[in-house]
Design a protein around this ligand. Sequence first.
Ligand code: MN
Length: 245
Amino acid sequence: MKILISNDDGYLAPGINALADQLSSIADIVVVAPDSNRSGSSNSLTLDRPLRVMKSDKGYYSINGTPSDCVHIALTGMLGQRPDLVVSGINQGQNMGDDTLYSGTVAAATEGFLFGIPAIAFSQVEHGWAELDSAARIAKDIVLRKLDALHKPFLLNVNIPNRPYSALTKIAATRLGKRHESEPVIRAQDPHGNEIFWIGPAGKAKEASEGTDFHATEQGWVSVTPLQIDLTHGAQLDRLRQALE
Ligand code: MN
């Protein structure tokens, strides 16, 4: 098995190192990841400047671009061959509910999916890298599950509570929950007295009922959500047709 690994926290992040170390025991791996933290970059591609690939001492490739750039470049010319799986993460912090739209971690996996390759995004629920080895072992376990039963290609979004491996006893199939709207922007002044803004934190969970990713991780379970990319609101289509008549 050949696995392409990327992330959005950058090629030096502990999460991608732990993931690569675990997966290298079961597959031929290639790591292609951003050269800096590009969290929140969603599916953006860099079109306004050239991109360069560097190789680290560990053999990881880093690119001065986004997670989507990395997977895109790897799949469309940089790698000599097509991987069997694209894996992203392990992200520092949860990607649940609406986070999936902003997440660069999910985006790296999505880029593989859009090229017809099965893909999985992994995130740890809490920041701080606590129990990272445990999360990486869970990631390997999930890659080794009987995922052949799924429609190909599949796109899975995995959130792993920061718990010891022995405490992660359940891996649950979930749907995305929803968040309240984001917290307000943070207004401040730069040293020259000019007004500046920091994007505020994500909203708290709003739809966290049984069956959602929020609910599962709250129970201490690993949450696995199958994603799709078609954003068409089917139920709205007929109403729209009538409105446009
Ligand atoms: Mn990140």
